[in-house]
Design a protein around this ligand. Sequence first.
Ligand SMILES: [Zn+2]
Length: 318
Amino acid sequence: MITAADAEISRRHFLAAGGLTFAAAFLAPRGLYAEEDDLVGHALKEAARAKVTVQTLRRNISVLLGPGGNIAVLTGPDGKLLVDAEIVSARPNVSAALAGINADPVKQLINTHWHFDHTGGNEWLHEAGASILAHENTRKHLSKETRVEGWKHTFPAAPAGAIPSTVFKEDHTLHFNGDTLVLKHYLPAHTNSDISVHFTEADIFHTGDTFWNRDYPFIDYSTGGSIDGTIRAAEANLAKVTDKMIVIPGHGAVGGRADLVLFRDVMVEIRDKVAALKKQGKSLAEAVAAKPSAHYDGEWGNLFMTPSAFIALVYKGV
Ligand SMILES: [Zn+2]
């Protein structure tokens, strides 16, 4: 259980965090809005107001940093290719950011996984002319009613236009605007639908939500995620990354190899500490009270997930 004191600490973090408050609201199960069941509804409202900024990366690739998952944008004669599609209500700000890059239409969309903060724009982008490509489990979860216990929310089946028309199981390669994109499925990690996207010529790697840069990750146990799967995916990312590679996380600032190392180390350390507490017979409340993540909470627990909410997710899986 999350105590009233925890909720109060969370509320103060929430107030201090400013612009990303909506994210904290929906990604902190029972953390920030202890009494509010409709965290996803709140996120939808807040995402309509949150700003979306464009960061140029390398060659013809940039990233849109906004309220939901980070969007990679590849431009060129084939039109735009997007990796991820934000929360649906961010549409006006996403559209404006895309138009600010150039006037070319979006022709291809790739979803890194099925969550609403990465697939919310699927329908409008499809109507605007984009084909949608994803892992087969993304199509599966979007095609029918799906419950996410960690958000206390049941998502209805997505409209037909939002469903990926092309799916794959293990890996998939496509050529677009002179770049070769290699897509690879992770073993179950954050969900069971996670994929990475490597723009090989530009050497830019989008990890989806298997990597959050200096923020505790949400882990969706309802659709196959776990802390051990998250650590396994972090190891897979480390096996892939080089010193020259630019890494786009699902959430947080664009980073590189050192940030992936840190993420893996933090996940392993907290997992081991929480597992030891659970093995000693500590309840979740006692494990939270022992503050096993105290060393990182100041930086990692402010915006997206409160320390208590993250420890609850780890405790569940050890
Ligand atoms: Zn996610």
